[in-house]
Write a protein that binds this ligand. Structure first.
Ligand code: SAM
Length: 447
């Protein structure tokens, strides 16, 4: 039962249709995935595409993603379709040049993996989550997506005020009252209340205030919620334009997509996704450009805190990595990490102000005389071609992902990468009569 107070509050909003809205909530949610263009995702083919995002596909029914090895390999992200519309903000507004992007409310990683796909070459993405317990799932999804340009941080939005005018693009996919997900998540219905809508609205303003300070003049902010409430959507859009040097921007949309373009009270642009009109869940999106003005700070003058390692220990890694000058190597605690060389300066600037949870691609660590390669390396594009690969059947791949003790014959003793449909799943260490399974314990499938 959708709360009556919510239904009443929606009555005068453009394209709201009470009967259609209620009856769509009695149907199942559409199932959609977004492909990872870096992982041979052509394996998935369907005519049923998400109109506003070329990597998005609808599936006829919900498969068991857990039992699909390619899900664990990061070939696709399971994401409801409306959220993929952030792609249009990127395609229509983001300049094709190296930029710095912040995804401020990032866990579990839907918008970050999307931003990584659409961000121009040479860019960096800071994927931030304030709630510590949610950083784990963000980290898992980002590692599986395998993009060396993503930096994960665990900071409060306020901390980003220490980086004034730093980012070119900021995504604020704000915590909200969640009414847009009622169809998918019945618990959200019980948690909904008018007072929570107001609490969320205040929180959204506080998050945005920090975000806007950290946005470069001329930069873009993408704001979204999965709420239907005006207080969290149109009101916030108007509040942003009224209180900051922001200009509301319009998107060009195809009519057949069914997205509702809204004009707010102050004549700003917003986009509503009604589930009775789009094939997706409830969603709201608005885009803003910060007015141009002189930059107050030159970050490049600040010296980076991270130095590239070139010591003897590093020589042990060379069997595993044959990367060009494009990468610099750093060591954090006992792990060796590859980061695009040009990002090291930015990493230094960021590390000075934020808590960095992960950057680049973790290559591995040295234990005694041995180099233990990291899972992230096995599934990334940095995996050297000469590493031996062993193709697994579906049954064996699932056994591997369950971290079972399995014997996988290989002609090459030592480190091998196991694959399924030629896509790397992770490391094994092959011995004559036994195999060590190096799939990360915390990610093993329990089904
Ligand atoms: N962008 C994510 C995605 O696409 O997968 C979903 C983000 S979810 C709508 C909002 C996120 O904001 C949650 O991960 C939540 O933990 C985080 N959050 C909660 N309170 C917050 C706060 N006060 N400041 C910043 N983020 C907060």
């Amino acid at each position: 039962m959708i709360p009556e107070k919510l239904l009443i509050s929606l009555e005068h909003i453009k394209n709201y249709d009470a009967d259609a809205f209620k009856s769509i909530h009695e149907q199942n949610s559409p199932v959609s995935i977004r492909l990872n263009p870096n992982k041979n995702s052509h394996i998935y083919h369907s005519e049923n595409k998400v109109g506003w995002c070329e990597y998005g596909y609808y599936l006829a029914q919900r498969p068991s993603f857990t039992l699909d090895p390619l899900f664990h390999a990061g070939c696709y992200y399971v994401q409801e379709a409306s959220s993929m519309a952030i792609a249009q903000a990127f395609k229509q507004y983001i300049p094709n040049e190296p930029i710095k992007i912040l995804d401020l409310c990032a866990a579990p990683g839907g918008k970050s993996t999307l931003a990584a796909t659409y961000m121009p070459e040479g860019s960096i993405l800071v994927s931030n989550e304030v709630i510590k317990s949610r950083v784990k799932i963000l980290e898992e999804n980002i590692i599986k997506w395998s993009d060396e340009r993503v930096i994960i941080t665990n900071n409060d939005p306020k901390d980003f005020e220490k980086l004034p005018q730093y980012f070119d693009v900021i995504i604020v996919d704000a915590p909200c009252s969640g009414s847009g997900l009622f169809r998918k998540d019945k618990n959200a219905i019980n948690e909904w209340s008018e007072s929570n809508v107001n609490i969320c609205s205040g929180r959204q303003q506080r998050i945005l205030d920090s975000a806007i300070k950290s946005l470069k003049p001329g930069g873009f902010i993408i704001y979204s919620t999965c709420s239907y409430s005006i207080e969290e959507n149109e009101t916030i859009t108007d509040w942003m334009v009224d209180n900051y040097k922001l200009i509301s921007k319009a998107l060009v949309l195809e009519k057949k997509w069914g997205i509702t373009a809204i004009e707010t009270t102050q004549k700003n642009h917003g986009y509503r996704f009604w589930p009775h009109q789009v094939k997706g869940e409830g969603f709201y999106l608005s885009i803003f450009k910060k007015e141009d003005e002189e930059l107050q700070k030159n970050y490049l003058k600040e010296s980076p805190k991270w130095t590239v390692i070139k010591n003897k220990a590093f020589e042990k890694l060379t069997d595993f990595i044959s990367l060009g000058d494009e990468f610099g190597y750093i060591k954090i605690k006992d792990e060796y990490i590859a980061v695009p060389y040009k990002d090291l300066t930015e990493l230094g600037i960021l590390a000075d102000k934020l808590y960095i949870k992960k950057a680049g691609i973790t290559l591995g660590k040295i234990m005694g005389k041995d180099f233990i390669p990291d899972h992230a390396l096995a599934i990334s594009r940095l995996l050297p071609l000469h590493v031996n690969k062993v193709e697994l059947s579906l049954e064996m791949a699932l056994d591997y992902l369950r971290k079972n003790n399995i014997y996988i014959p290989s002609e090459h003793t030592g480190w091998n990468v196991v694959t399924y449909k030629q896509i790397p799943l992770g490391w094994i260490k092959a011995m004559k009569d036994r195999t060590n399974n190096y799939y990360p314990k915390e990610w093993r499938i329990l089904k």
